[in-house]
Design a protein around this ligand. Structure first.
Ligand code: SAM
Ligand code: SF4
Length: 449
């Protein structure tokens, strides 16, 4: 009899892609995916620990799952991903109803772990996390062995091109949870993209914590010289209608990569370029290896290569030692760049990061006030920038067909809602004239014939 698995994913696109791979591995092992924990024999929480809040969500959901396990002792509960990697055995001590802990880059062991649990005579927990050296690079084999399942009609996919990160930004838990940076061989990536396109995928997003440094840290025989070369190769695969990537550290944004935006028609005109702070003093303390001026130069180069490029960012407010003047610099940078959108966060202490030890922490009330100010101004700017699209006719890719409206996305990553009597499918490219702009999305209509 088939068993049922429910996977709940927290956090970034890397986690989404990891969940997809776990799903494929379990489907191969005879599981069927379900949409709620109540219908499942196995619940997997694929976790994120980037900020304390993300981790709290995991523990609160685990608390709720305890009640389900009391009613159904045969229910298996697994914690996977970054919190699993970071907390390991501590989770089992704090949450004894958890059966399996599976760290990042270890989830390929899940089917074996489940089998071991099934064969055990008495209650047993299994914990499998990488050691601090993160010396095993199993992800390459794993990704290669686990091609995407054709279960549902899909039109876009993430393709992982690298794992881990070597940058050690002083606030960031990623090097501790995902290990050292390692690039996937180019032929594996191209093979996966070709396979996806042959299955009808039209949009590819290349994924990594710092894709701009692709190919720099490990010596793979068939490695191209860098990320720009890889982009060109992927863009040249027939059938790749749209190409995106995330995320980027500005320090590694090369001239060649900027040129790709002028050169490649299917490279979407959107760049997510996390700045984190507008103050040089804070950037230095964050161990970001660029200055405010260098960042602005890179933004200018991108806009000169591709005048309609949309630029978005990540910002942390209230980093230890951030003064009013430092924060003013961040607000000033926002006015200078005028981002299309941004993700902004209050600084959060994380285990195994340098900034946790800094003594000059900013009060919670000040962090909240700064975050509010930043977000309020960003919303105004987003609205102003979105209004510039009104009257323009843009090509959008259909994402969802609602009962009244279609939801689609521009190359610049803006959501557009429009009505269309023609039967459309996700992945279709349609020309739409923008008639109204909100701060988070646009409304359009089909252009008059
Ligand atoms: N690799 C990307 C880069 O270099 O900018 C960032 C990836 S990280 C998963 C996503 C975002 O989370 C970061 O850009 C940062 O703004 C935010 N973040 C990371 N650690 C944080 C912390 N300790 N407190 C608050 N925000 C944090
Ligand atoms: Fe974290 Fe990004 Fe810095 Fe790497 S480059 S340590 S993922 S913020």
């Amino acid at each position: 009899m088939h068993k049922h698995v429910y996977i709940k994913t927290f956090g970034c696109q890397m986690n989404e892609r990891d969940s997809e791979i776990m799903e494929q591995l379990l489907v191969r092992a005879g599981y069927i995916c379900v949409r709620t924990s109540q219908d499942a024999d196995l619940v997997i929480l694929n976790t994120c620990s980037i900020r304390a809040k993300a981790e709290q969500k995991v523990f609160s959901l685990l608390g709720q799952l305890r009640q389900q396990k009391e009613k159904r002792p045969e229910l298996r509960i697994a914690v996977a991903g970054c919190v699993a990697q970071q907390e390991g055995q501590h989770i089992l001590r704090r949450m004894p109803h958890v059966d399996i802990i599976v760290g990042t880059q270890q989830f390929y062991q899940l089917p074996d772990m489940l089998q071991r649990l099934d064969q055990a005579d008495s209650k047993q927990e299994i914990c499998c996390t990488l050691d601090a050296s993160f010396s095993i690079p199993p992800f390459q084999k794993l990704l290669h062995d686990a091609p995407p399942s054709p279960a549902e009609p899909e039109f876009r996919k993430f393709v992982t091109i690298m794992q881990g990160c070597n940058n050690f930004c002083s606030y960031c838990v990623v090097p501790a949870t995902r290990g050292r940076e390692i690039s996937r061989p180019v032929q594996d990536i191209l093979e996966e993209v070709r396979l996806l396109v042959a299955r009808g995928i039209r949009e590819i997003t290349l994924l990594g914590q710092n894709v701009n440094s692709y190919g720099c840290t490990n010596d793979v025989a068939d490695q191209p010289t860098g990320f720009a070369d890889l982009l060109r190769m992927v863009a040249a695969i027939p059938g790749v209608q749209r190409l995106r990537f995330t995320s980027s550290n500005p320090q590694d944004l090369s001239v060649e990569l900027v040129e790709c935006f002028a050169e490649l028609d299917n490279l979407c005109p959107h760049f997510h370029l996390p700045v984190q702070s507008g103050s040089d003093a804070v950037l230095k303390k964050m161990n970001r290896k660029y200055s405010r001026d260098l960042y602005l130069e890179k933004v200018a180069a991108l806009r000169s290569a591709c005048p309609d490029i949309a630029i978005s960012t990540d910002v942390i407010v209230g980093f230890p030692g951030e003064t009013d003047e430092d924060f003013k610099q961040t607000m000033d940078l926002l006015e200078t760049v005028r981002y299309h959108g941004s993700f902004s966060f209050k600084y959060s202490d994380r285990p195994n990061t340098r900034s946790t030890e800094f003594s000059d922490k900013v009060a919670e009330s000040i962090k909240s006030e700064r975050l509010q100010r930043f977000q309020k101004r960003q919303d105004q700017i987003s609205l102003e920038k979105n209004r510039e699209y009104v009257g323009q006719t843009l090509e959008v890719m259909v994402e969802e067909i609602g009962s009244a409206k279609i939801k689609a996305r521009t190359g610049s990553n803006h959501i557009v809602h429009f009505e269309d009597a023609t039967e459309r499918s996700p992945g279709d490219l349609v020309k739409v004239t923008i008639i109204h702009a909100g701060k988070h999305s646009l409304n359009g209509e089909l252009p008059s014939p």
